[in-house]
Design a protein around this ligand. Sequence first.
Ligand SMILES: [Zn+2]
Ligand SMILES: [Zn+2]
Length: 307
Amino acid sequence: MRFRSSTFLVLVLMLLTASLAAGQQPQTAAASKTRIVLSGTGNPGPDPDRSGPATAIVVNDTAYLVDFGPGVVRRASAAFPDKGIKPLEPTKLRIAFVTHLHSDHTVGYSDLIFTPWTIGRRVPLEVYGPKGLRAMTEHLLEAYRVDIETRTNADGNQRGFPEGHNVNAHEISPGVVYKDANVTVTAFATKHAMESYDYRFDTSDRSIVISGDTNPAQETIDACRGCDVLIHEANTPAWLATRPDTFQRFAAKYHTTTTQLAELARQAKPRLLILYHYSGLSREELFDDMLAHYAGPFVIGRDLDVY
Ligand SMILES: [Zn+2]
Ligand SMILES: [Zn+2]
């Protein structure tokens, strides 16, 4: 489904108006050193147009992934030839953060561990996330023991770089969890069915917050507070009304409606709100519902959009 051209126009005008009102040029990916690549905006349902949740923050020559849903390596690698974003070339994927351990955010983990290695990544993967990440990592490596042994024995074609499938799994708590010359990454506890975090990235030119799955959280507002970009999940009330009672009760505690997101964004005041990991009756219904409740600049993310 696509936007009607009229809704595109409304959105463009909104973005221009907001930027000009602030006395600045509209912020574009080209004008910014830090780029956001929506490498997966999808849900558990296997929609071929929307890969599982994964977002790449790209700074200079390094990509930082948040979540690794199904299809993560293939979708990220599509940004390399299609959009010219070299740090998303698979062998360069080496740093990732996970918001929580639900399967729709993590079934791409073995893909992220093994696919880049088989084509030449030489260094271990560094992964940050909640408690349970270390055990998940150990179990995955054990599950693929036959593959690893075969690839690294005397006949193995990865024996020249045996470290590339290793993972350093870092279990985190709220606060600064990662820092290098490009980024400082801060984790904020969120409200989901298990230990969960959103992540704020601060770079030399941008501040970006990614929600993961959560009920509206004061921590997300605190994480953003006028940030450049807030990337947040959302479901429309009309879509939720079509779901089974058990999911409606679950979503009321652990996810965010468009109405709630509008209120949260009014307090968080991002310069741009990007919806991802969303569901609506249709793309237009989702867009119109947000437009009815939120006057700030927002977009409905699509896979491989770059901001
Ligand atoms: Zn979840
Ligand atoms: Zn999810």
